[in-house]
Design a protein around this ligand. Structure first.
Ligand code: URA
Length: 212
């Protein structure tokens, strides 16, 4: 697994205001949307394209277009939905599949409670949207779900990540024969005893949607 922390002053600026507890939900949603678009630019460096000929008004030339099958964008419900528009701005022709993951508070294992995805993901590049890579259990389960269906290239876009979550992903995905990259705006210090990222930004879903 590869982790890419995007180092850019605009990313740091938007993240700072996302973190600020005084930022209200409408502003939080707008900033998250803009930040995802910046992260998406980095996250799509490996998106597959095919070369083809076109004609400019002046001469023939060779260009590229997104390859088929088209990439699949997979927001993890609920908070991943707040990242969808920012991603689709850069990949408007991508397909979108939805994955709802829930954590059993006794076993702490993540499982799928809702999914709307193609049955066969063979040869698909998947972009998973999950704002907070905290314990890593949900993201690891989501990635396994997609690779079990045949996805052969996974990029997770997270607003924030914790070292514990990255370590868990490494461990859970060991031996997986599919490249996995995590693109994030920052690697924070740690998780607290409630599983929140420190310093973090609080509960991403609550801050996006204003309800618990
Ligand atoms: N999920 C969140 O929304 N925030 C955290 O800090 C950790 C998990």
């Amino acid at each position: 697994m590869r982790t890419h922390v995007v180092d850019h002053p605009l990313v740091a600026h938007k993240l700072t205001h996302l973190r600020d507890e005084n930022t209200d939900s409408p502003t939080f949603r707008r900033l998250a949307d803009e930040l995802v678009t910046l992260l998406a630019y980095e996250a799509t460096r490996d998106v597959r394209v095919t070369a083809h000929e076109i004609r400019t008004p002046v001469s023939p030339t060779t260009g590229v277009s997104l390859a088929t099958p088209k990439p699949l964008v997979v927001p993890i419900l609920r908070a991943g939905l707040g990242m969808l528009d920012g991603m689709m701005r850069l990949l408007p022709t991508a397909e979108v599949g939805f994955l709802g993951m829930i954590r059993n508070e006794e076993t702490l294992e993540a499982s799928t409670y809702a999914e709307r995805l193609p049955d066969d993901l063979s040869g698909r590049q998947c972009y998973v949207l999950d704002p907070m890579l905290a314990t890593g259990g949900t993201l690891a389960a989501a990635i396994k779900f997609l690779t079990d269906r045949g996805a052969d290239h996974i990029t997770a876009i997270c607003l924030l990540a914790a070292p514990e979550g990255c370590a868990r992903l490494e461990q859970d995905l060991e031996g997986l024969d599919v490249p996995v990259t995590v693109v994030t705006a920052a690697m924070d210090e740690r998780l607290n005893d409630k599983g929140y990222i420190v310093p973090g930004l609080g509960d991403a879903g609550d801050r996006l949607y204003g309800v618990a």
